[in-house]
Write a protein that binds this ligand. Sequence first.
Ligand SMILES: [Mg+2]
Length: 263
Amino acid sequence: MLGKGVAPSVLLDIDGVLHVGEQPIAGAIDALAELQRISAGVRLVTNTTSKSRGQIVEQLRRLGFEVASDEVLTPAALAVHHCRERGYRSVKLLVAEALREDLAELLSVSGGGPVDAIVLGDLGAGFTAEVLNDAFRLLMDGAELVALQHNRYWQRADGLALDVGAYSAALEYASGREAAVVGKPAREFFTAALAELGSVPESTLMVGDDVEADVGGAMQAGLRGVLVRTGKYRQEALASSGVRPTDILDSIADVPRLLRQLT
Ligand SMILES: [Mg+2]
């Protein structure tokens, strides 16, 4: 499937692949540098919704990774695109304060009262019963639920934590309406990443620790799905997912070798 002599492009998840909390994964800094050198192009594709793109880049640099700002792709840009395309004028943002700068274009059209859409991100401890209930009422009044991603949980430094998908599912269940998901595993997210790389699915690897959002989503979009056994990786999650990753590696440190084999 991959042409010999032509290096594939690489999409890398960040959280759980490059680092967990403030700790880089062993070998990840060197592996990223090598992939940037030997691949046709690298994009860091994250579903993180608690930090702005600027903060993500800043954290990666602080941890020792060399990344350019335009190498990082987040769901926020796709949410803006989604709402703009549908002509939404009033949008309620349920997102972390830090993320608002990435959604500034939507902020300018948000207001009180009924809204066209709710953009749902990670409010962390801000996900109170009241906040969720207000959102539920807006949905019942006709707003569309736009979820920045649909992950069930994530690996926080102190243990697993509920992610946006869990809150989105609660709102979907109560309202009987399905959310539009713009982050991984949505096909449009991967399509946008490929467009930036000027790459095609068959010659692109997606490396992630989330078997469904990263690997399953990528494989649905025609990419090679590489699961790493770091971050939130759990054997049981793999077994129950129904996803058969193209490759399963111990960590990102093993990805450069895989890429050389495929080139
Ligand atoms: Mg991850």
